[in-house]
Design a protein around this ligand. Sequence first.
Ligand code: C2E
Ligand code: CA
Ligand code: CA
Length: 526
Amino acid sequence: MLFAISCGKKALYVAFSGGLVLAVTLATVTWWSVESLRKDTLTRINFAQHHIDTIISNARAVANVTRNLAGMPCTGNTLSQLRHDVIRTPNVRAIDLVRQGRIYCTSLYGATDEPDRLSLPSARNNLQLLPGNTATPHLSVLVYRTTRPKGTLLISIDGYFVAETLFAIRTLPLVYFQVGNTLMSKSGQILTPAQLPAGKREFITSPDWSYRLVIVTPTGILFGNIVHNYRKSVLVCLLLALAASLLCYRILTRPLTPVEQLQNALARHEFVPYIQPIVDITTHRIKGGEILIRWKHPEAGLIPPDQFIPLAETSGLIVPMTRQLFADTGRFFQAHTARLPAGFHLGFNISKSHLADRHLMEDCQNILAELLPCRAELVLELLERDTAECTAEMKTAFSKLKQEGIKFALDDFGTGYSTHACLQNFSTDYIKIDKSFIQMAGVDDISRHIVDNVIALAESLNINIIAEGVETASQEAYLQGRNVKYLQGYRYGRPVSLDQFIKNHLSGGDGPFFTGSPALAYQAEQ
Ligand code: C2E
Ligand code: CA
Ligand code: CA
């Protein structure tokens, strides 16, 4: 069911639908960009790792070749072999020989005597990263160390090659080469772990060598990546959000179908009971009234039943609509029972489809209980043409209601397919002669004959007659002349609100009364 929504709520729904679409699509784009970046970075890092492994493997290969020189005196032969091996090995800058904790021979200067400050605490860790060495104090060095029974070999790899590898892979996140507690950036700068920039950190540890690559992704980089590489996608997200908002707006502001309008009005309680008096012309007193529905439309004003009852019947809304009328009427008159005449006649128009509704009995019982003090007479008015079918279901419902003391009237009598069978089946309490006959009775012989015949038929079956649409004194005189007792029409009062009905007809000083004053005739519906 679609109910009318306030402007504020509409704006909220429109904003929410757009916001939701924007959030979902942006989250998708973000996830996609993060995943793509991650895959791309990993591919590039794998390449770098492979390259660095090759550099270190070269150092190990030269260490193997020169392993015989470990512990050997630093002679010309030793030196020339060391220098020869350095020259023919890529990326290696120098080879040093160490004995008893001192470097005694280096391919760079020949014989020397320096402490081996690089001596490692763990023999397993055969790599070490330094900001520089004695020869090149400002150029980072990666040292590969191998220890032989007679001495140790130190193979120095130029840090430039490792840094250049990191630089060459051009990853968006920052990548660092780490050995122990020392790190090197792609520009060759040496850092401690505390100096790393803030951001998400990931580590790729080499399976073969004691180093790892550290990937640092600052949050800003991700955002920058989206703005830079996914500009079009972000634009599409914004357009989708706009489209969602527009769609939501169109749905909320589209004109309601007639059935939806009825549903709306029902939910807002816009259908109200009006009542038209039925008078006893022999006593000039109010006998009761017929409840006639009105739609109090907030913009169009009072809408008559002809304009919405047919749709309410075909859409099934007639049942909840009539139930609302029963409840409202019962509640109202319960508070005014003291003013109602004994045996107050209260007529409701019931559609054929409503007869089978399981709540009808309960609603009738409720209203009878509410009006118990005045022993009201509840009359269900059925259109004559509706009763022509006389289905078994209708007969059952009909007889159950009759057993409860509920009365029936055949409405618009003379316009439908009246049959004697129907009249007998339903043992109708009243027939209501349609206003078209009453109004023609004074001017047209055929109508007068029909009315005369209807009256005769009703008398023979001992059924009460209510004449509808009595407007003039001559119509009244004609009906009185034929002993029609109960009259309804503008002459005695138009349909009015329940409140107005009490004021107009039941507020006399000496109890229930009908004035018959011409002042009441032809007054507009109030
Ligand atoms: P109806 O049951 O025949 O009701 C009498 C109609 O005649 C009412 O029209 C009433 O205002 C009008 N009327 C009464 N006296 C005069 C008169 O002297 N002159 C003229 N010209 N008209 C008079 P209203 O209220 O517009 O109702 C039209 C029809 O709508 C009703 O005819 C009834 O069939 C249907 N209706 C009204 N309320 C309900 C309801 O609650 N449920 C259902 N199912 N139908 C309803
Ligand atoms: Ca009626
Ligand atoms: Ca009627």
